[in-house]
Ligand binder design. Structure first.
Ligand code: FES
Length: 123
């Protein structure tokens, strides 16, 4: 069963701004993830490029390009659509792994899945 885990306050996710990072267990491996806000909606993805399985951000928590329209991998410049994670240009091979989010009462929550668990279960 999926669990909804508190990630951050709604106001911590600024439109086109810095991401909020968090750690997860994906398919049994620890992995970084990040949440961003695009066109008013919060989205989250595994921080793992589909070109080479590396983290995208060169500067901590900075994923948007200067136009605020694309998520960029700093290594070879792959571009992803912020709303879907789909590969939009460059050497990416498929889209980013999307993590389900919900927003309610001023809190952003991420949802676990069969292969997506918190690194440490909240007490
Ligand atoms: S590792 Fe991301 S573009 Fe190459």
């Amino acid at each position: 069963m999926s669990q909804a885990l508190a990630l951050c306050g709604t106001d911590e996710l600024v439109e086109g701004g810095l991401a909020v990072p968090f750690d997860v267990l994906y398919a049994g491996q620890s992995c970084r993830a990040f949440a961003i806000r695009f066109e008013g909606v919060a989205h989250a993805y595994l921080n793992r490029c589909t070109h080479v399985a590396m983290e995208l951000d060169f500067q901590p928590d900075r994923f948007f390009d200067d136009s605020g329209q694309w998520l960029l991998c700093a290594t070879h410049g792959a571009a992803y659509q912020p709303a879907t994670g789909a590969c939009a240009g460059g050497p990416c091979r498929g889209g980013l792994v999307k993590i389900r989010l919900s927003e309610d009462a001023g809190v952003v929550r991420w949802h676990t899945d069969w292969n997506l668990q918190p690194l440490v279960f909240p007490t």
